[in-house]
Design a protein around this ligand. Structure first.
Ligand code: FES
Length: 270
């Protein structure tokens, strides 16, 4: 029996109750928190990237991940770590336009975010034992949701982007008058990069890549060890998904505020 047919069969056998659910707890709270959290983050990101301002701190070479890689002729030349291959951007276009589709694709097709937005935005279903408003269900077997299966390719792209972010965080160990320098901004940039790697490594595609298609773990001890480490991270995938949204926004906000002169960076080594 195909999966959709099995699901239809279960739907036919659902208990016939008058109300939408018999649950009396606040089952709607979790989807509501998810909607508020994701909408707030997207609004923040759209506004920040559209301003094309306060993305670079010249004294310490801090570049916000929201503007990386800065490869447009509109970028401040020192912030263009990889050069300027693209012409000047009109207003409102994010400087990181080249990586945004891949990052967005990676998060949108992520197994955890799928669960989050299917439940919270599409209400399919909004919670356990709460009926959904949709009459039909075809899962991810048809257009457009069949495209969720390209997640593995976005995972490869996300790995390359994490490398870029790592490079930005290394370049940022820059002193006010040149040479080595170290401040609170470096701690924030570094923590963000470590957590981004943890989120990327905890991906289900990564777990399958590392330990999948093996008949005998005993014959592949290195891959088995790696699979166990990735599996441990994988258990925290939801927490990492949210934490990295937070650290991305925090890193961007910190660099934005230092760049705008609202406060100065706390320096440990100038
Ligand atoms: Fe979430 Fe791959 S499953 S990033």
């Amino acid at each position: 029996m195909s999966a959709p047919a099995a699901v239809r069969d279960i739907a036919r056998r659902r208990a016939t109750i008058a109300g939408r659910t018999l649950r009396t707890d606040r089952w709607w709270l979790q989807p509501l928190i998810t909607v508020v959290g994701l909408v707030a983050w997207v609004l923040y990101a759209v506004i920040r990237t559209a301003t094309q301002k306060y993305y670079w701190v010249p004294q310490y070479h801090y570049l916000t991940p929201f503007a990386s890689p800065c490869i447009s002729a509109s970028c401040i030349p020192e912030a263009s770590h990889l050069g300027q291959w693209l012409p000047a951007f009109p207003p409102l276009v994010p400087f990181a336009i080249i990586t945004l589709p891949f990052l967005l694709g990676f998060r949108l097709t992520c197994y955890y975010y799928r669960k989050a937005y299917y439940r919270s935005f599409w209400l399919s279903p909004p919670a356990c034992a709460v009926s959904e408003p949709h009459k039909k269900y075809s899962g991810e077997t048809r257009f457009p949701l069949i495209f969720q299966n390209v997640h593995r390719y976005f995972f490869y792209a996300a790995g390359i982007i994490a490398l870029l972010n790592t490079y930005d965080s290394i370049v940022a160990f820059h002193g006010k008058t040149g040479g080595f320098g170290f401040g609170l901004g470096n701690v924030i940039l570094l923590a963000n990069v470590v957590l981004l790697w943890a989120y990327t490594a905890s991906c289900h595609s990564c777990r399958s890549l590392v330990g999948g298609r093996l008949k005998h773990f005993s014959k592949h001890p290195v891959r088995y060890w790696m699979w166990r480490q990735v599996s441990k991270l994988n258990e925290k995938h939801m927490a990492l998904a949210w934490t990295t949204l937070g650290t991305l926004a925090l890193t961007d906000a910190y660099i934005g505020l230092v760049s705008a002169g609202v406060f100065t960076d706390l320096r440990f080594i100038n």
